[in-house]
Design a protein around this ligand. Structure first.
Ligand code: GLC
Ligand code: GLC
Length: 815
């Protein structure tokens, strides 16, 4: 069952049924001002920090989902009937409904009884505001007297306080109204110098700023009092719940339409210019912006600019393959999701509340892997920002807060995979850009002035951190957890009120080890050894590190090998996890993926055996599950992983983030069929037809898909903000389609389904453009017979870094 379709030319997903199985959302805004819009106009907005600078309220755990926050209503003044063109909040059945989620904008159109309302939401590039460009159209044969009502429910800035501290915040709300602009200035009288405004381009026929006046004491957003009455009350909020609502009366002849613009913006005034008169907000700095964008033409120009921005962003890598779903993911949606995850990490979605999590060290570093070709400068900056929260011992704070850039002390460090991601992402950055100067950037530790050291030294400390923390089998100690946050082998928690990740350790000495980090260490240290050859800021590192990598690989191949696959870990009692010796959790995907990518024991067939075991024991029609058998009981030796019912989350779901590690390993082995088969199993576009099972958006990846042990097998959860996006993009573009940067140039090394005869990759790389055509005359899965650059055959499979600003034709013949 489908709820819409892809419009590939427009780069839009078109939803034709408002009652999707879950709210299907989109993001507007990229950097400072960010909003989410669902297919029924819901969602929330914030400036930079989703907790401390929240503009639009979100009602957590609400039923129905996603009501409040934003709204639009069109009312027939004569009949008193009204509807929402976005279906919610009014939830009146529409004669016609369509939502188009595009890149950085969403357009929703709803029609009822001959009147259509259409709204496009977007953030004009570079501005701290969201625009709603609304058109109301009389499609009937009669002149119509209509009324348009807007609604923004303001959040009182600190979104956590907003939902928890009523004794205070029922008293703090303050607004001002001037002409058609409503200013939300709660707490501005004291320590805030920021405020929000909600402007309307039309002269208004009334307004409301107090929620209860608009909605009524006992009514809902679906039947607000003001819509029942047909007249705003001009309420001024003193405390309680400030909102912004405009009333615009319209007389429309048959066929006539009117454009009305609403702007919801954020602004910070200079500290000494907060007020224009005692207690009166200084509006001077926003007046110009409001005037500018209330003009629909100026807004249209900004919209054009937004589209050009995206054309430009996506043009760095475009493909044409025999598979339509691959093309639409790679060319548009996966790349788009990558930019969202790059910007927001795991902070704010409809599943991530924006209240608790900052920018995660491990998560954000992995997100960079997929955007390096798109915006290398921003990725460079993010890598450096993350390096600032590295600890002096080489470990890292697990998260930082976007507003301050400081490490989150509540969570601290001790996730022992964290530092390795810094090495892996820095290496990937240098391979993409050739910019080794990043290694010389002076970066502090722990955000502490005076501790500056070149990034290269940060990487070395990262390696030493893991190297110095090895356990009884010479494998890395796991700490609180590695990639799998829920494998908590030092926790032994009996207290339901504590977090598995941060609980005080019960163990006197940490002994639990991670095979996953062992694999990751080998991978990362080999990258570092290669990096060292590119630059002289890593003196002598290359040789030392090769030795570290070899020794670790030996430990993994020895204690980390179970006979047919890589084990997962050793617990506190030195017993294996992920072994045929276990009753449950006998085999795990993530250690097999990571050790496979690191090619540990490849020469003696271990990697192939591991992949065969994964295929036999973990691969399902909905993707590859984390482990089997799932844990059926809570086991304090293992921690949170055993807290989830079987088949969900870390206890045996298809945790989509890990699947690409298997795709990449299969591709490295030359198994194109298998690699692509796994790619398609979790590819959201390929699951569109089973939307009733999958339930989340068919255009973006979700974190998990319930595994076979769960009663709701195949159901996805936690869409949008997941490392799945970055890794799948890396898997399909760099390993299956096989075009990936190394230090010397672009390698072409396909691993594809044998029945593909040909495909094309357009790739910008270090200032030149490569039009790559891969031909597969013998219908093989992998292997390259010859590569021609501009008609000349080259040695090997690496297109040299030509860096000449020109376009080059590359012909690759497989065989
Ligand atoms: C979540 C976390 C990520 C972790 C994964 C597995 O996605 O954001 O850091 O690796 O869960 O536990
Ligand atoms: C829970 C989730 C995991 C997440 C962690 C940190 O343990 O299962 O995916 O990474 O919380 O927020």
């Amino acid at each position: 069952m489908k709820y819409g379709n892809f419009d590939d030319n427009a780069r839009e997903y078109v939803i034709t049924e408002p009652e999707t199985p879950r709210p299907w959302i989109n993001y507007i805004g990229r950097q400072d001002y960010v909003g989410m819009i669902s297919n029924t106009g819901g969602g929330y907005s914030f400036y930079q920090d989703p907790r401390y600078r929240r503009l639009v309220r979100y009602r957590y755990n609400n039923a129905p989902r996603n009501v409040g926050g934003r709204g639009l209503y069109v009312r027939d003044a004569e009949s008193g009937e009204y509807f929402s063109p976005t279906w919610q909040p009014a939830r009146v059945d529409l004669d016609d409904y369509e939502c188009r989620h595009g890149l950085g904008y969403t357009t929703i159109r709803g029609e009822k009884d001959g009147v259509a309302g259409e709204v496009t939401y977007f953030v004009p590039p570079g501005e701290d505001l969201e625009a709603w460009r609304v058109t109301v159209e009389n499609d009937s044969d009669e002149p119509r007297s209509l009324q348009l009502f807007s609604l923004v429910e303001f959040c009182l800035w600190d979104a956590m306080d907003d939902i928890s501290n009523y004794q205070r915040n029922y008293n703090t709300g303050e607004v001002e109204v001037e002409d058609s602009v409503i200013y939300q200035k709660t707490e501005y009288r004291e320590r805030r110098n920021h405020f929000a405004y909600f402007a309307c381009s039309a002269d208004i026929d009334g307004f409301d700023t107090q929620r209860d006046a608009f909605v009524g004491q006992y009514d809902g957003f679906d039947e607000p009092q003001v819509l029942e009455d047909g007249q705003a009350t001009d309420s001024i909020a003193h405390g309680w719940s400030p909102i912004g609502s405009h009333q615009v009366d319209l007389e429309l002849e048959p066929g006539e339409s009117e454009d009305i613009v609403f702007l919801l913006g954020y602004h910070e005034n200079p500290e000494d210019e907060k007020f224009e008169a005692p207690g009166v907000l200084n509006k001077e700095y926003v007046e110009g912006t409001i005037e500018e964008y209330c003009d629909p033409d100026a807004l249209d120009a900004a919209f054009e600019e937004l589209n050009e921005f995206w054309d430009d962003q996506l043009s760095a890598l475009q493909v044409e393959t025999p598979d339509e779903e691959t093309d639409r993911m790679v060319n548009t949606w996966n790349a788009y999701q990558n930019t969202v995850t790059m910007n927001l990490a795991r902070s704010a979605s409809l599943y991530e509340t924006g209240l608790t999590r900052g920018i995660g060290f491990r998560d954000s570093l992995q997100d960079q892997l997929a955007v390096l070709h798109q915006f290398p400068d921003r990725a460079r900056q993010r890598i450096l920002n993350l390096a600032k929260i590295q600890l002096k011992d080489g470990g890292a704070y697990h998260q930082y807060t976007p507003l301050t850039g400081e490490g989150n002390a509540d969570i601290g460090g001790g996730f022992n995979d964290d530092p390795m991601w810094l090495v892996m992402s820095t290496a990937a950055y240098v391979k993409e850009t050739g910019d080794t100067s990043i290694l010389e950037e002076e970066v502090v530790y722990e955000n502490e002035p005076g501790t500056e050291a070149p990034l290269a030294e940060h990487l070395q400390r990262a390696v030493e951190y893991v190297w110095e923390r090895r356990g009884p089998h010479d494998l890395p100690l796991i700490g609180h957890a590695d990639w799998n946050d829920c494998l908590n082998l030092n926790c032994f928690s009996e207290n339901p009120d504590e977090s598995f990740q941060t609980a005080e350790h019960d163990v006197d000495e940490e002994r639990a080890e991670s095979v996953f980090i062992g694999g990751q260490f080998v991978y990362a240290v080999e990258e570092l050894a290669e990096l060292a050859e590119q630059t002289d800021v890593l003196p002598e590192a290359a040789e030392d590190y090769q030795r570290y990598a070899d020794e670790m690989a030996e430990a993994v191949a020895d204690a980390g090998w179970d006979g047919k696959w890589f084990r997962r870990a050793y617990d506190h009692f030195e017993d294996p996890i992920g072994s045929s010796e276990n009753d449950e959790g006998q085999i795990f995907v993530e250690s097999n993926g990571m050790c496979g990518m690191a090619e540990i024991g490849r020469e003696d067939g271990k990697v192939q055996d591991a992949m065969d075991s994964v295929r036999e024991r973990l691969a399902t029609e909905h993707g590859i599950v984390l482990h089997q058998p799932a844990f059926t009981e809570y086991d304090e030796r293992y921690g949170e992983i055993t807290s989830y019912p079987p088949g969900y989350k870390e206890n045996g779901s298809v945790f989509c983030h890990t699947n690409p590690w298997i795709m990449i390993t299969e591709a490295k082995l030359g198994n194109g069929e298998r690699a692509f088969d796994y790619y398609k199993r979790i590819c959201p576009a390929a699951r569109e037809d089973i939307s009733d099972v999958h339930t989340t958006e068919p255009y973006v990846y979700a974190q998990t898909i319930a595994g076979p042990d769960a009663p709701t097998t195949g159901e996805a959860k936690n869409s949008w903000l997941t490392g799945t996006a970055a890794w799948n993009y890396v898997a399909i573009t760099q390993h299956i389609l096989g075009v990936r940067p190394n230090h010397d140039g672009l390698v072409v090394d396909p691993a594809i389904p044998a029945d593909w005869d040909e495909y094309e990759v357009h790739r910008e790389f270090r200032g030149a453009t490569y039009e790559i055509t891969v031909e597969n005359p013998e219908n093989v899965e992998s292997g390259v017979d010859r590569v021609e650059v501009d008609g000349e055959e080259i040695d090997g499979q690496t297109i040299p870094d030509l860096g000449d600003g020109e376009t080059h034709d590359v012909r690759v013949v497989m065989g």
